[in-house]
Design a protein. Sequence first.
Length: 170
Amino acid sequence: MNPNSPPSPQKRALAYVRISSQRQINGESPETQKAAIKEYAAKQGIEIVDTFYDEAKSGKNIDREELQKLLTYAQKHQGKIDHVIVYKMNRASRDMESYIMGFRVKLKAMGISVRSATEPIDDSVLGQFMELFSVLVGQVDNDTKRGLTVDNMTALAHQGYWQHPSYSWL
């Protein structure tokens, strides 16, 4: 390295935090996510410019207020943001199609890559594979839970149990 060359500019990132609901935190509280993202960024020499937090929002689509604000911010500051950092890829999305079309493609067009504070996601071939694989694992988990829920509700309905609240007006 040439000692006369200027230091490389510090990378800049936006942090994204999401929980599905207060009862579904399971060790992935907003505080836990923010701390892991902050630690990852510090180790990588990345400055967190802003943090966006969606509470009680599903990862099955990108119709999330703070995620949309993040994308708008990234567009307005194009060229000044290098990464979006999430705690885990399933915090970004649990649906491959919406992740690719509504998030990843948009960021990539702006020159922004996604990083996970807890998973080996980078711009290498293997890192990109892990990024997509991690989102797909979240989708499989959601789809499996949905199937089990429908099966259980159907079985209970066949036993005569009603799965919805009583209506006083009936």
